[in-house]
Design a protein around this ligand. Structure first.
Ligand code: F6P
Length: 543
């Protein structure tokens, strides 16, 4: 199977034509024409709903998008992923994170070999370890139980666990503090160590390759901190590792029995379901971690089995393609109305931008359309008082995902009512907007003089017609979070197939790493005047 350049297809041209036919259609008007628009343009999977009705789509748009998906053979590519085929062609690897949360008894083979026995063996070791840390059977070198867990990793070896432990805060062990150190800026490690007692601190060094500069440097600094305060012989009780390169973790000095492995078919940004999720398992306990896996598996099954027209990840991918390539949206905001999901945008930045921020197709030819947009976000309502101005009135077109959990665990129902009202109001405001005439009439009604109202009206008008999805979860718990994250994973995959790119490599991060090593070795500085100038200033100011 080769990638098709969809932009040259009749199906793409039909969508372009269709987009023109919608030039005068406003999203809000589509609701007036169809009393059941919400029912027709929303999908549910148990207590999980995707409402995509506030997009500029009609039944014909969705039909044409599905015809395009068929042309791109999205379902066949999905089946190849689930069959463990080596669809990550530039790295010659299978893409099989779905096996990590597989719940059935049937085999999940890669190259003819069922991976499930190994997956279950690692899960079993994770369960025993996490349980021992939580209940105090795992003790530090001086016999104290663990009170602080510091995960050292970056990118996929950090963002998933960091985001999840924060997202599921009410479900976490109440007497263990969790820190996630990723940045090679020493301030990050220092902040984690500031209140840590070495005798009760456990470090989890997470790195798929165990070659990542930042992680190894932080891990060495952490080991020095520990050995200076306890002794070198304390390391085995305070350091464990998670890696697909077990031998390298051992070389670092971590005993084989304290290394939790995973496999090359698990991509970094798809790895929190593997042993990379160890801090999550310690935080939530085994039941919680299993629920997270079960939620993701429920979305996997849905993605694999539901027909295109009822398939949530397929639909979300197609809507994103429509907004990016046919409605010219430049940016994509993910706006969780849940403070505990504060790290979700950062997690999704890696998932989507590292997967689909590419300009070369699978066949080596250039992509002929816009691919992954700039993704950003903040929890609502904070973002409303910062960057929403641009989303409502700016010249760039941004499409948004709003996310809310219906049941609240904060114990403040009155605050959740306000949060919900804002969640509902923002997507409505983006869609409906407010004309200058409406703004002027409103100001007049409030008693403003005619001249002033007329002058202010253009500033207080909203173009509206800005597209958004809304995602409603029953509750922000491990099961629903698992579903949410798997939804985004598969939606990212669908988009990659539509664009004809390989979503599973990340060559774009290599050049910077290479040049940093050059510069560390003393080379590279003179390559350009700016770099040389900055380094000279740095040297001068440093002394
Ligand atoms: O530099 C990018 C990257 O390779 C990510 O894809 C990955 O998640 C991260 O670095 C960390 O890599 P590792 O787990 O091998 O330390």
């Amino acid at each position: 199977m080769t990638a098709i350049d969809l932009t040259r297809s009749a199906e793409w041209a039909a969508l372009k034509q269709h987009r023109k036919s919608l030039a005068k259609t406003r999203i809000g008007a589509l609701f007036s024409e169809d009393a059941d628009r919400f029912g027709r343009f929303s999908l549910r999977l148990e207590e999980f709903a995707l409402d995509f009705s506030k997009n500029l789509v009609t039944a014909e748009t969705m039909r044409l998008l599905r015809v395009l998906a068929a042309k791109a053979e999205v379902e066949a590519w999905r089946d190849r992923m689930f069959a463990g085929e080596r669809i990550n062609t530039t790295e010659d690897r299978a893409v099989f994170h779905v096996a990590l949360r597989h719940q059935g008894r049937e085999p999940m083979p890669v190259a003819g070999r069922d991976v499930m026995p190994e997956v279950r063996a690692v899960l079993g070791r994770m369960r025993d370890f996490a349980t021992a840390v939580r209940d105090g059977h795992w003790v530090g070198a001086t016999g104290q139980r663990i009170r602080t867990v510091i995960n050292i990793g970056i990118g996929g070896s950090d963002l998933g666990p960091a985001m999840t432990v924060q997202a599921l805060r009410p479900f976490c062990h109440p007497e263990i503090r969790f820190h996630f150190v990723s940045n090679v800026d020493g301030a990050h490690l220092e902040a984690a160590l500031a209140h840590a007692d070495p005798a009760s601190t456990l470090f989890i060094v997470s790195s798929k390759t165990f070659t990542t500069q930042e992680t190894l440097a932080n891990a060495k600094a952490a080991r020095d901190w520990l050995t200076a305060r306890l002794s070198p012989s304390a390391v085995p009780k305070h350091f464990v590792a998670v890696s697909a390169a077990v031998a390298k973790a051992q070389e670092f000095g971590i005993a084989a029995e304290n290394v939790f492995g995973f496999w090359d078919w698990v991509g970094g940004r798809y790895s929190m379901w593997s042993a990379i999720g160890l801090p999550i398992a310690v935080a939530l306990g085994w039941d919680g971690f299993e629920k997270l896996l079960a939620g993701a598996h429920a979305m996997d099954r849905h993605f694999r089995e539901a027909p295109l027209e009822r398939n949530l990840p397929m639909t979300m991918g197609l809507i994103a393609l429509w907004n990016i390539d046919f409605l010219d949206c430049d940016a994509y905001a993910v706006l969780p109305y849940a403070q505990d999901l504060a790290r979700l945008p950062a997690y999704l930045q890696q998932l989507e931008m590292e997967s689909n921020g590419k300009a070369t197709r699978r066949d080596g030819k250039p992509v002929k359309c816009a691919t992954g947009p700039v993704l950003f976000g903040e929890p609502g309502t904070n973002g409303q008082h910062a960057f929403y101005q641009l989303i409502h009135q700016g010249t760039q077109r941004v499409f948004c995902d709003f996310i809310l959990a219906a049941r609240d665990r904060s114990g403040h129902p009155e605050l959740h009512r306000l949060l919900t009202a804002n969640f509902l109001a923002q997507s409505q405001a983006l869609m409906l907007g407010k004309s200058a005439a409406e703004a002027e009439a409103e100001m007049r009604k409030a008693g403003m003089k005619a001249k002033q109202a007329r002058a202010l009206a253009p500033h207080r008008a909203f173009a509206g017609d800005r597209p958004s999805n809304s995602i409603l979860l029953g509750e922000l718990d491990p099961y629903h979070l698992g579903k949410l994250l798997a939804l985004y994973e598969h939606k990212t995959f669908v988009l990659g197939v539509l664009w004809g790119i390989n979503s599973f490599d990340q060559w774009g991060v290599e050049l910077g790493k290479q040049l940093a090593n050059d510069i560390l070795g003393g080379g590279g500085i003179a390559r350009d005047g700016s770099t040389a100038g900055l380094k000279a200033l740095y040297d001068a100011w440093r002394t």
